[in-house]
Design a protein around this ligand. Structure first.
Ligand code: SAM
Length: 473
């Protein structure tokens, strides 16, 4: 039997099944222990995070009053570390060719009725122009795993194309990459291509069920998949994004696994994950989410987000358009720092007038345009941020984390959010959004701590109004 060791590089030792089972029994045994829960909450208030065990007790707790305390603390931690900013991004689907057999994904190799499509570089350029015309600056590229149709060279070509397109005042300034687990050498190539975060969802941390859910193809190899982030870091990528596809397995198991993965990255590489994504499995061509029988209520989903926020305060949290506007609103308050907007989950979808379904990966539950999402966020008191400054200024990995931990990062993020929002308002917003945004920027300038920074931001906002672009701290 494998022994639990967060410092090990072996999947079964750092995501240790026995340790997760013991954690869940411990959480069950203590979920009514209000004294312990108070101690855990006190520790969480120090804002240095919680272990997977302590956080699992909070997740299991059923006491209404304590749950309210958990939510209040998550909200407060979110405010302290992320202010009222929400970073915006969009997924860009490059190819749905895939050799894997994932039972929850319509791109699985045996699905013969989904149209297969891979963008040419000309088509990538067209998609990027469409995304720039919406106002996006940050993308997450997505592709199935297919060494013949989507080799690393293809992905690298696409990244190059994406960064090269300068349409009107537009630019994609950060490309995050969500492709299948690969080799250290390939991760190095992605790093050299100037990617932001490498994102890979674990799907499920439960090895046995993972193997059942991935019956065929290279993704079947649980260890190779689970150890991918260590290879990515060895390849020089120091911003990695982890996630679970909630609904595939028991959420408490996944929650403990996620936090153990974060602890492992911190223990081995000195830096935890840059982001955690919380997707839920959705209906799609060929896919009925009810088949997995592990769906969780919106309420529990929000509680998970709150507990993640408390357990890893410095880690960004991402929510996609898999969720409805109602769930997004609630979960943003509890800790999410990045959301997608105006998304199309089909290959070539941004160039189509209507949302196409034939190559779509999953049903989108938030169908609003980016302008509508931006407008909605501002009405709810959030600053939509199109900032991409950190990695361009070399603030990645442990450098980013130490700035985050000292609170210094706020001096960059807040002004950058205002300046990039101003760009959006000038170039892409509807009249109503522009009006709300203008008032928001005026009000939020006062929340910049340093007078000198305030003056610089005011100056730059005028310059942006006069046509200059891409200022950053
Ligand atoms: N192919 C890559 C891999 O193997 O990791 C990643 C790209 S895939 C396009 C992105 C993610 O979509 C997957 O990791 C999975 O979690 C998610 N996904 C797949 N099917 C889904 C479904 N039916 N509903 C919601 N999300 C789904």
């Amino acid at each position: 039997m494998a022994e639990y060791n967060p410092k090990s590089l072996k999947a079964e030792e750092f995501i240790n099944h026995e340790e997760i089972l013991e954690t869940l029994s411990y959480a069950d045994a203590h979920k009514k222990d209000l004294k312990l829960i108070d101690e855990i909450l006190d520790k969480a208030r120090e804002r240095k995070g919680l272990s997977h065990r302590a956080a699992s007790v909070l997740l299991a707790c059923e006491d209404e009053e304590k749950i309210k305390e958990i939510y209040d603390l998550a909200e407060q931690i979110k405010k302290d570390f992320y202010g009222n900013r929400i970073v915006m991004f969009a997924p860009l689907y490059l190819s749905n060719y895939c050799v894997n057999g994932c039972l929850y994904c319509p791109y699985h190799a045996k699905n013969k009725h989904i149209a297969r499509k891979k963008l040419t570089q000309e088509e990538v350029a067209k998609e990027v122009v469409a995304l720039q015309d919406m106002g996006h600056k940050r993308l997450a590229i997505e592709a199935g795993e297919d060494p013949v149709n989507n080799p690393i060279e293809y992905i690298l070509d696409c990244i190059k194309t994406i960064y090269s397109i300068k349409h009107k005042n537009g630019a994609i300034r950060r490309v995050n990459v969500n492709i299948a687990a690969t080799t250290v050498e390939n991760y190095r190539k992605l790093k050299d291509a100037g990617i932001g975060t490498y994102i890979l969802f674990q799907e499920t941390y439960h090895k046995k069920n993972y193997e059942i859910l991935h019956p065929t193809g290279p993704k079947h190899n649980y260890d190779y998949h689970t150890e991918a982030m260590d290879r990515a870091m060895e390849g020089g990528i120091d911003d990695v994004g982890i996630g679970v596809l909630f609904g595939l397995d028991k959420y408490r198991y996944e929650f403990a696994g996620l936090l153990m993965h974060a602890e492992h990255l911190e223990a081995v590489h000195g830096v935890g994950p840059h982001t955690i994504s919380v997707p839920r499995v959705k209906r799609a061509d060929d896919i009925d989410p009810d088949e997995f029988d592990n769906s969780l209520s919106d309420e529990m989903f929000c509680k998970i987000a709150a507990c993640i926020r408390i357990a890893v305060p410095y880690t960004g949290m991402i929510i996609s358009t898999r969720e409805t506007p109602e769930v997004r609103e609630k979960i943003i308050r509890l800790g999410v720092s990045q959301i997608s907007g105006g998304s199309r989950t089909s290959v070539g979808g941004y160039c189509e007038e209507e949302r196409p379904h034939d190559t779509e990966q999953f049903d989108v539950s938030d169908n609003r345009t980016l302008d509508e999402v931006v407008n909605w966020l501002m009405r709810a008191g959030y600053i939509p941020s199109f900032c991409t400054a950190c990695y361009r200024e070399g603030r990645t990995g442990d450098r980013f984390m130490s700035l985050c931990k000292s609170g210094q990062i706020q001096n960059c993020c807040h002004p950058n959010a205002l300046m990039t929002l101003k760009e959006f308002l000038m170039d892409y917003a509807s009249e109503d959004t522009r009006k709300i945004g203008k008032a928001m920027i005026e009000k939020e300038i006062d929340n910049i701590g340093k007078d000198k920074v305030k003056d610089i931001v005011r100056e730059r906002l005028v310059k942006i109004a006069n046509g200059d672009r891409d200022f950053r701290f």
